[in-house]
Ligand binder design. Structure first.
Ligand SMILES: [Zn+2]
Ligand SMILES: [Zn+2]
Length: 80
C-alpha cells in the first residue's frame, strides 16, 4: 500500500513556524485523520498526546480511553 498524500489538506493546513507544541499536536492529530503521507509521529507529539490521555493505534487513529481503538473496532466487538 502506498501512502497517499492529501495535497489539498496540506495546502490548507500549513503549520505556522515557529509553532507551539499545542499547535503541532493539533496539526498531527488532524493530519493523521486526513492524510496518509507519513505515519510516524515525532516522539514529542506522541508524548503530548499521551499526556492528554490519548492513544494512537497501529493504524494511526487517535483515540481516548482504555481498550482497543474504536475506529478499528467499532462497537468494541473484540473481547468484552
Ligand atoms: Zn500528509
Ligand atoms: Zn485504529
Amino acid at each position: 500500500m502506498k501512502n497517499k498524500i492529501n495535497k489539498a489538506w496540506h495546502e490548507k493546513h500549513k503549520l505556522a513556524m515557529p509553532s507551539t507544541l499545542e499547535q503541532r499536536v493539533k496539526w498531527h492529530e488532524a493530519h493523521l485523520k486526513h492524510c496518509g503521507c507519513r505515519k510516524d509521529l515525532p516522539p514529542t507529539i506522541l508524548a503530548a498526546l499521551k499526556e492528554q490521555g490519548k492513544k494512537v493505534c497501529s493504524r494511526n487513529h487517535v483515540y481516548k480511553g482504555a481498550g482497543p481503538c474504536p475506529i478499528c473496532w467499532p462497537g468494541g466487538k473484540k473481547g468484552s
